[in-house]
Design a protein around this ligand. Structure first.
Ligand code: FUB
Length: 330
């Protein structure tokens, strides 16, 4: 039988070790609310996370700028501040929503949705909201990024939540949800400042997934098209070409709190990482308008031998042991 003193000591050490293992939400060392994390590993071998930025206690998704954070171990992050703001744009003044980034031709590209007008949630017919996709450039992954076109890549149709994927042959594919909230793809021209061809609704293998946040990546011979379907649960499709046709494979993260999710998937030092956001109660912020606010988080992802993705559970420790894991596997 364990005596009481020993039991208390044991419980305390379990508590301390699990508390010190907590790494979700990610600690950016900057107490801003982030969402829609888009992860990329650049030439210096670090992970860069481009996020949208919720105003503290915001009433709706009226968002003004985008931020970037970097890390070598997914635990200690450097906040580099805002990379771009709607104040830098001539064609939008709101809706700084889910961004993405790419590296090509020796430059960093930041692709983003932004818009103007007003979304009337009570009387949608009175809405004047419009959103388009912009692209900005920088010589540095941390910006500042400059909108060299001074206009969205196209005006119509409405589009949101860009995912920019550069294939092994250097071709750039831009995925968005556009008309009727369907998923579309378009190639970008080599100068990355204009489009090449039409925006095409993709063949999703007989499914009609809607909305938001597409994220495309390649692993081995397969392309993966992933999304928060109906902006809730994360599901995915596989294909042998970046434009599909796609084959539905299932849900890999369930919805939580009946609220939106938005993610990215990237390999870092031999580990596959899922970045996503979570709606978490943030009482210290003093926000009484919303019970929960958005925070970026990360989990490991695992694949089966046939390339399918295993279900991912939300955890509080996330990728806290990343450095140890990488060291052990060396
Ligand atoms: O962050 C604003 C919007 O909420 C994003 O564009 C959507 O994907 C959802 O996360």
């Amino acid at each position: 039988m364990l005596n009481t003193k020993f039991k208390v000591g044991l419980l305390y050490s379990i508590f301390i070790s699990s508390a010190s293992m907590a790494n979700n939400p990610l600690n950016f060392g900057s107490d801003i609310r982030t969402a829609d994390p888009s992860g990329h590993v650049w030439q210096d071998g670090k992970m860069y996370l481009y996020t949208s930025h919720d105003e503290e206690c915001q009433a709706d998704f009226w968002m003004k700028d985008w931020h970037v954070f970097s890390s070598g171990n997914l635990v200690d992050w450097t906040a580099h501040g805002a990379v771009l703001s709607v104040d830098d744009l001539t064609w939008a003044d709101n809706y700084a929503w889910a961004p993405d980034a790419a590296y090509k031709n020796g430059k960093y590209y930041f692709v983003f949705p932004a818009g103007t007008g007003h979304k009337d949630r009570v009387n949608p017919e009175k809405s004047t909201k419009w959103m388009g996709i912009g692209i900005a450039e920088s010589d540095s992954p941390t910006g500042p990024f400059k909108d060299m076109i001074g206009a969205p890549l196209w005006q119509e149709p409405y589009a949101n939540d860009p995912s920019l994927f550069i294939d092994d042959d250097g071709k750039a594919y831009l995925y968005v949800h556009a008309k009727a909230h369907d998923y579309h793809v378009m190639e970008l021209a080599d100068d990355m400042r204009s489009t090449k061809g039409e925006l095409v609704k993709m063949d999703m293998g007989g499914y009609e997934p809607k909305m938001e946040g597409p994220w495309v990546f390649k692993r081995g011979e397969y392309y993966y098209f992933t999304m928060p379907e109906n902006n809730r649960e994360l599901s995915y499709y596989m294909a042998s070409s970046p434009k599909g046709p796609w084959q539905y494979k299932g849900v890999f993260m369930q919805q939580e709190h009946n609220a939106n999710n938005h993610h990215s998937i990237v390999e870092f030092k031999g580990q596959w990482i899922l970045f996503y956001h979570r709606w978490i109660e943030t009482p210290a912020s003093g926000c009484t308008l919303r019970k929960r606010q958005r925070h970026s988080a990360a989990e490991y992802m695992y694949f089966n031998d046939d390339g399918t993705i295993q279900e991912v559970k939300r955890t509080s420790q996330g990728v806290a042991d990343f450095a140890n894991r990488v060291a052990k596997e060396k």
